[in-house]
Design a protein around this ligand. Structure first.
Ligand code: MG
Length: 216
């Protein structure tokens, strides 16, 4: 079982809900359309790999991309809540990667099929430790940065999200009950690119922390 620590509490991870297409520049770089509603998919807890761990790209892909994202830990049940109260349900924040098999995803998109085989494979969700929500004054003012082998690939800011963390939690809670231990990934800024065997990835978010993984 995967668990997360927050202060002196350990919570089992529930579902990992991911938001796609939440930064305009990233939508542009992939040639996608801006969605009317948030694009939502999920990863299982088995996708998590902790900092210091190793990512394994599945043999059915030749094009695995990194996507750095602000991860939000839910601390209190939320169903059908408004954006005004949404942040009251947040227990903490972490750095996450939404690793994506872009070649597989493109085939699934063309066929109108679900994305999970491209998005939810084992080790597709590297995740840092969580910091308490009280330590983050404004989740919409955080610099995100990802390097591969020391070279900067993604350098964005959560101020560029099209929907805020609060709006995303409210929107997700209209579809699914959010429970303590659930995690929401909030989309990636521009700069996604391919990673290959032997790469070292370092992802950091201002005030939140950092995450290091290598690719097997
Ligand atoms: Mg993503």
């Amino acid at each position: 079982m995967h668990t997360v620590n927050l202060g002196n509490r350990t919570t089992p991870v529930g579902k990992i809900i991911c938001i796609g297409r939440n930064y305009a520049e990233h939508i542009k770089e992939l040639g996608n359309k801006t969605p009317d509603q948030p694009v939502i998919f999920m990863k299982p807890a088995t996708a998590i790999v902790a900092t210091g761990g190793t990512v394994t790209i599945p043999p059915y892909s030749n094009d695995c991309h990194h996507e750095i994202e602000l991860a939000v830990l839910i601390g209190k049940e939320a169903k059908g809540i408004s954006a005004e109260v949404a942040l009251d349900h947040v227990a903490g924040y972490a750095v996450a990667l939404d690793l994506t098999l872009r070649d597989v995803q493109n085939i699934q998109k063309e066929k109108g099929l679900p994305w999970e085989i491209a998005k939810a494979f084992d080790t597709s969700c590297p995740l840092s430790a969580f910091v308490s929500a009280e330590q983050i004054k404004d989740p919409q003012k955080l610099q995100l940065k990802l390097t591969v082998n020391g070279e900067v690939r993604q350098d964005g800011n959560t101020s560029d999200m099209m929907r805020t963390v609060a709006e995303l939690i409210a929107a997700v809670s209209a579809y699914f009950t959010l429970e303590e231990g659930d995690i929401v990934l909030t989309g990636t800024p521009a700069g996604v690119s391919r990673i290959i065997s032997g790469d070292q990835l370092e992802a950091s978010i201002e005030q939140v922390g950092s995450l290091v993984v290598s690719v097997a």
